[in-house]
Design a protein around this ligand. Structure first.
Ligand code: ZN
Ligand code: ZN
Length: 182
């Protein structure tokens, strides 16, 4: 594991949120779409199911995507500090269900977009502290704009998890080689 468990979870769920908008298709236009993301990402706590809530999560998602484009650490730090302030993050230790003491950033009944945004900020801030912003990448497939976070030890991850892009790209390269030799 490259970062702490919490950090890796925050980063992968944030990438998954950004990728709910993929290849021109927005998966968060409906409450069902939001519920599907929340279930897949393991979110608990209050979900109001209102249109305002849905709109705020979509706006947050589009804002979070811009973090993938930031290379400068000072700019990245500003982004995270604003996000922590906007989401009203108040870190506290808690222990519940099967989990030992761990950090919560907002209360369970805080607005959904604030809870998601605060966790994204906590994931991002470790990348800044450790000077590893380059672990945030865009998929290497030509036709894919999805984002990824490379948590591999040897920094070898190049394709997103959403579109089967690694396989597709290998098959395309294989076909191109075959065409070239026939
Ligand atoms: Zn918890
Ligand atoms: Zn991809």
């Amino acid at each position: 594991m490259v970062f702490g468990h919490d950090t890796e979870l925050f980063l992968t769920t944030t990438a998954a949120l950004v990728n709910t908008s993929s290849d021109g298709v927005d998966g968060l236009t409906t409450h069902e779409g939001l519920r599907a993301y929340l279930a897949a990402a393991g979110w608990s706590g209050t979900v109001l199911g209102t249109d305002d809530e849905l709109a705020s999560v979509r706006a947050l998602r589009d804002h979070l995507r811009t973090f993938w484009m930031i290379e400068d650490r000072a700019e990245a730090a500003r982004f995270v500090n604003e996000l922590l302030a906007d989401t009203d993050a108040h870190p506290f230790l808690t222990k519940h269900d099967a989990y030992d003491w761990h950090l919560h950033l907002t209360h369970d009944d805080a607005p959904l977009a604030d809870r998601i945004g605060a966790e994204a900020a906590m994931g991002f801030l470790d990348l800044i502290r450790e000077d590893q912003l380059d672990r945030l990448r865009t998929c290497a497939a030509d036709d894919c704009e999805d984002v990824l976070v490379d948590l591999s030890k040897n920094r070898s991850k190049r394709y997103c998890d959403t579109g089967n892009c690694g396989n597709r790209t290998n098959v395309a390269a294989y076909r191109a080689r075959k065409r070239a030799t026939s």
